[in-house]
Every structure is written in C-alpha cells, then in structure tokens.
Design a binder for this molecule. Structure first.
Ligand SMILES: C[S@@+](CC[C@H](N)C(=O)[O-])C[C@H]1O[C@@H](n2cnc3c(N)ncnc32)[C@H](O)[C@@H]1O
Length: 278
C-alpha cells in the first residue's frame, strides 16, 4: 500500500502527472530522460496514475523539456560551482540527482506545503538539497535562500497555473532577491482558443486535470515579452523542443509530426524553453 494522497487538491495533483510522464519515459526501450527514480517514487504513492491516460506526446515532451532544463542547469553550475539552483513548483521531480551538480551547489525545491511534505517522504534526503514549502505567490518562500550567490531558477510545468500578475510578480521577486543569475522555463507561446478548446475536449483525464487548473493566462508569442515586464531580464535563448535531436527517440508518427511542426514558427513556439539572464 502506497502513501495516501487523498487530501491533495487538483492543483497539487498536477505533480503526479509530470512524475508519471517521467516514469513512463524511463520504461521506454529508448528513453529520452531515463529517470528510473521517477518510477520508484510513483510506485510508493497510492494514486491512480494509469487513470490519468497519459498520451505519448505528453510523455515525450515532458521528458524532453526536463532534459533541456537539466542541460541548462548543468551548464550554469559548471560555470558557477558556488551557485544556488531553485526549482519553482518542483513537485516530485528529483533534478538534483539527475544533474549531479558540483558539490558546493545548494538546490532549493519550492512547492505547496502538502507536495513538499510528500516530496520529503518519497525522495531520499541528500546534502545541500533543501525543501521549501510555500506558495510562490507569497514572497516569503525567498527568505531561506541566500541572495549573494549566482542563482539558476527553473520552472518546469509551473507557469500555466499562475495568472499573468502572479508571474510578473514572481519574476520581480526573483530579480529583486538575487544579485545575478538565470531564469529558465518551459512555455507554450500564445495560447489561443483553439488550443484551449482542444485541451478541454480531449477525453483523457490528464487533460481535464490540467485545463481545470489552468489560470487562463494567455501566454505570449514574442520571447522578449518578459523583458517588458521586467527590464532586468534579458533573453539569452529560445529553443523549440521540435528542433531538439532527441526528437529522433519519439515514436514514428510523433517524430514526423514534431519535425513538421518545427518548420512552422507558430507551431514550434507551442513547446519551447526560454532562458533569461539577469
Ligand atoms: C505540473 S506540476 C510540475 C511539477 C514539477 N516541476 C515536475 O516537472 O514534475 C506543477 C507544480 O506546480 C506547483 N504549484 C502550482 N502553483 C503553485 C504555487 N502557487 N506555489 C508553489 N507551487 C505551485 C504544483 O503544486 C505542482 O507541483
């Protein structure tokens, strides 16, 4: 019998979706991320993961965007071995074990208190890994994180659950707290009514779980837009998942569709990683 998570809110439950996507990727003959730990963590939780109905596009994209964000953290911590890494809306993701940063790096995982409590039960503790329970809409989460070290912040699958004002305020808190660093997150471009309706109408429970929690945030097309919100942010890189070499590992139909979408800018933007320095 796994850990009872019956008291989780639907928002907190979104952590199970991405966890299970990584677990399923790890079981694939040719995994993209290959995080076998995710499968072990899922096995310890009493939750109907299979009932989420995860489709292969979501499994592949979740694994790939996680790998791309890991690579960004690897690059940053190699250049700044005294860095702090902050995973915003970390869920049950164990990026620190995958990335294996230099030994002096401190890694902070921030999420809502019930998710952090579960995280502390299912993930092995390790030196320099810190759990931060709290809402990212309340800037007290920053109190425990040092300000003066180079900071790498990532948000993987988080921003769709915050509204635009909350995102702007989060980004301002980040650039106000840390002296210098990078902020990287996955992004879906401008989210129009066609995408919203498609997600709402899809039969799988996972799409309902996400669309019910969607903040209504419309996203943006031009990757420079966050610079308008916050002049301290400077766009460093915009990368579409569709252009990543790992697309070769996708199932055939998805590989062909993804490569095709990579030739159409509006489609390529639907799954991208954005990286800013400050
Ligand atoms: C789709 S999950 C992604 C989790 C993790 N990044 C991953 O890749 O597995 C979204 C996460 O954001 C967290 N979250 C949503 N709103 C939040 C808030 N206001 N403060 C802190 N965490 C939040 C949820 O609890 C959930 O764990």
């Amino acid at each position: 019998m796994g850990i009872d998570v019956g008291g989780f809110t639907p928002l907190e439950e979104t952590a199970f979706l991405t966890l299970y996507a990584r677990a399923l990727d790890s079981r694939a003959p040719r995994p993209i991320l290959g995080d076998g730990g995710a499968d072990r963590v899922a096995a310890g939780i009493d939750y109907d993961f299979a009932g989420l109905g995860l489709v292969s596009s979501v499994i592949c994209q979740t694994a790939l965007r996680t790998k791309m964000l890991d690579d960004g953290v690897r690059m940053f911590t190699a250049a700044h071995p005294d860095a702090v890494v902050v995973d915003l809306g970390a869920g049950l993701d164990d990026g620190m074990t995958r990335v294996e940063p230099p030994p002096a790096v401190d890694w902070y995982s921030v999420d809502l208190p019930p998710v952090i409590a579960l995280r502390d039960m299912v993930l092995p503790g390790r030196a320099r890994a810190h759990s931060v329970p709290g809402s990212l809409t309340d800037e007290r989460w920053l109190d425990v994180i040092p300000t003066e070290r180079p900071a790498m912040l990532i948000a993987n699958g988080l921003l769709a659950f915050l509204n635009e004002q909350e995102i702007i305020s989060l980004f301002r808190q980040v650039t106000g707290h840390f002296q210098a660093g990078e902020l990287a997150f996955n992004d879906y471009g401008r989210i129009g009514w066609v995408s919203r309706t498609a997600v709402k109408l899809a039969p799988q429970r996972m799409f309902k779980a996400v669309s019910d929690q969607w903040s209504g945030y419309p996203g943006f097309k031009d990757a420079h837009w966050p610079e308008v919100w916050n002049p301290r942010l400077k766009l460093v890189e915009e990368t579409s998942l569709a252009h990543a070499p790992e697309v070769e590992l996708f199932p055939t139909w998805l590989r062909v569709a993804t490569r095709f979408s990579g030739h159409i800018p509006s489609m390529a933007r639907k799954a991208r990683i954005l990286r800013y320095s400050f």
